[in-house]
Design a protein around this ligand. Structure first.
Ligand code: NAD
Length: 284
């Protein structure tokens, strides 16, 4: 079972988590289920969503996996109809589907003379607009469309909220990933927009901005086989006042706090950095 930093009471709540076939959102789904919510795990990868839901069920909590493409309204609506039949209407929406794509990533951090005419590497000048569009769509529309579909379930209810996932790159862009950085900046901005738009309707809308985490997916990028840090790790840690990576589990406290009405009833439009001080540090 997942070790929670504290629990909040989510009994009677229906939580919809997109991207829940993935690393972070399957963990968030599990945390919400352990707090008593009935959790719908949505992912374009239906098998992963179902497998993660079954693991939650096997620990005695309530969850179910659903196929859902967050970029297709009809797909979100179809998932919503199944969820309504299985659990009821949505109280909590965690918009977790997102990410970068190699087609929207430059090979180099800095422009060097002559790069403009190179075709053998991905430069700013030959980045594929379709790749950029993919990343903007996945992160931005992939948050907007599920919100269009699930927020109507929340209207007229008392204790409902939405949580988006931004990133460190939203504050200051990270090298090589202009589209992902811009798309997450848009998520932070959109979180504020939604918070204002729904303020009178009682839907609180917040986001977390995770800092640099070590996961099985990126461990090889960050550490050599002998455990020594790669140059990328040195740069990240130099920019992180707490001088370490975060553990994914360290995001859970922020998620539970923002989704809990007793804890955060007057909190809306906030993007909470969980980053060891990275976003606060100028480097000097
Ligand atoms: P992940 O790749 O493990 O999970 C993302 C999930 O989204 C996958 O299961 C994928 O199948 C799903 N997905 C992709 N396209 C989809 C679509 N069109 N419809 C429905 N589902 C779709 O990623 P993660 O690391 O767990 O990241 C989750 C969120 O956290 C993302 O928004 C990511 O940008 C953000 N984030 C992650 C980190 C990190 O260090 N991992 C840091 C900052 C922000």
């Amino acid at each position: 079972m997942l070790q929670l930093p504290f629990t909040v009471d989510l009994h009677g709540k229906v939580a919809v988590v997109t991207g829940a076939g993935g690393v972070l959102c399957s963990m968030f789904a599990r945390a919400l289920a352990q707090c008593g919510a009935q959790v719908a795990l949505l992912d374009i990868n239906e098998e992963a969503a179902k497998k993660n839901a079954e693991e939650i069920n096997s620990e005695g909590f309530t969850a179910k996996g659903y196929a859902c493409n967050v970029l297709e309204k009809a797909s979100c609506e179809a998932a919503r109809e199944h969820i309504r039949l299985d659990f009821g209407t949505c109280d909590i929406l965690l918009n977790g589907a997102g990410g970068n794509n190699p087609r929207a990533t430059t090979d180099k951090e800095y422009y060097e003379p002559g790069d403009i005419s190179r075709e053998d590497i991905k430069t700013f000048f030959n980045l594929d607009p379709a790749g950029v569009e993919f990343v903007f769509n996945l992160n931005f529309l992939g948050t907007l469309i599920p919100t269009q579909v699930f927020a109507p379930d929340m209207l007229g209810k008392e204790d409902v909220s939405i949580l988006n996932i931004s990133s460190m790159n939203a504050y200051t862009p990270l090298t090589k990933i202009p589209a992902y950085s811009g798309a997450k900046a848009a998520i932070s901005n959109f979180t504020q927009w939604l918070a204002v738009h729904f303020a009178d309707s009682g839907i609180r809308v917040n986001a977390i901005a995770p800092g640099f985490l070590v996961s099985n997916q990126n461990r090889a990028l960050l550490f050599h086989e002998d455990g020594s840090p790669t140059p990328r790790t040195d740069k990240i840690l130099a920019g992180t006042p707490m001088k370490r990576f975060g553990d994914a589990e360290e995001l859970i406290g922020g998620v539970l706090f923002l989704l809990s009405k007793p804890a955060a009833s007057f909190v809306t439009g906030v993007v909470l950095p969980i980053d060891g001080g990275f976003s606060a540090y100028s480097g000097v």
